[in-house]
Design a protein around this ligand. Structure first.
Ligand code: BTN
Length: 263
């Protein structure tokens, strides 16, 4: 078998989880793994079910954007059923971000996290995005993770070539996606159980260690508004604390951050 063929058996052979990935639905081609996971969750699928696809033709990103998902990537969604109030649901993207960053770091790449939860190589090029969706009254959260893995970055849309990359382009070789996915599911379950049992603090501590924006000057785009300031902290709710030029601080709950380093 080609090293790069996704295989449910090979993934599950490497799992040491109690529930994450114990059931896996694989698709060669799909609209969006998040959409299928949501549909399965509404029908009562169990916590931990994983939807994974070779390619997505309707991959979705944050803030209504589309997510380019060719063959060779890692496009997956997990169904979770945590007992959380709605404001706490975004914290699950922090849980996912530290799990992904740990796995990419194990490949000897410098994976860093840019608020809210993009994974960048050397704080410059995005290699992974996370999209968390929920219907709290239906009791589920879907965590979608997209990793640009085994394809060259020339396959990314032109407008992303400067700001995004792939694992293959960084490493000059393909990785074993089965190994990566199993490692990710193992890490995810560890972090998720820490969050459920001990709360957000231990997750945030690791997140801050992996973060590359704290202490940096940043521009935050929020719909039609822009904020410029120094990213001084992320608080216990996951909000970004910015120190503005006039010395006051403001909390940002959503938006896109770009780092403005002084030359
Ligand atoms: C972002 O905008 O950074 C989030 C991107 C999330 C992409 C993943 S790929 C698997 C899952 N299915 C989707 O349609 N989106 C997420």
């Amino acid at each position: 078998m080609n090293l790069d063929t996704l295989s449910v058996d090979l993934i599950q052979n490497k799992l040491r989880t109690k529930f994450i990935g114990q059931e896996i639905k694989y698709f060669e081609e799909i609209g969006s793994t998040n959409d299928i996971a949501k549909e399965l969750a509404r029908k009562g699928a169990s916590e931990g079910l994983l939807v994974i696809a070779e390619r997505q033709i309707g991959g979705r990103g944050r803030r209504g954007r589309s997510w380019h998902s060719p063959s060779g990537g890692i496009w997956l969604s997990l169904i979770l059923r945590p007992k959380l109030v709605p404001q706490e649901v975004p914290k699950l993207t922090f849980v996912a971000a530290i799990a992904v960053a740990r796995v990419i770091r194990s490949l000897d790449l410098n994976a860093e996290i840019k608020w809210p939860n993009d994974i960048l190589i050397d704080c410059k090029k995005k290699v992974c995005g996370i999209l968390c969706e929920t219907e709290v009254n239906l009791g589920y959260v879907v965590v979608g993770i997209g990793v640009n893995a085994n394809f060259d970055k020339d396959y990314l849309p032109e407008e992303l070539q400067e700001t995004a990359t792939t694992l293959k382009s960084e490493l000059n070789k393909k990785i074993s996606r089965n190994h990566f996915v199993a490692h990710l599911l193992n890490e995810f379950e560890d972090s998720y159980l820490t969050f459920i049992e001990k709360g957000f603090s231990p997750i945030l501590d690791v997140w801050k260690e992996f973060s590359c924006i704290l202490g940096e000057n940043v521009l935050v785009y929020q719909d039609d508004t822009k904020f410029f300031g120094k990213a001084i902290d992320v608080d216990q709710s996951g909000a970004l604390i910015l120190k503005l030029k006039n010395g006051s601080t403001t909390k940002i709950f959503s938006g896109d951050v770009s780092i403005r380093r002084q030359k």
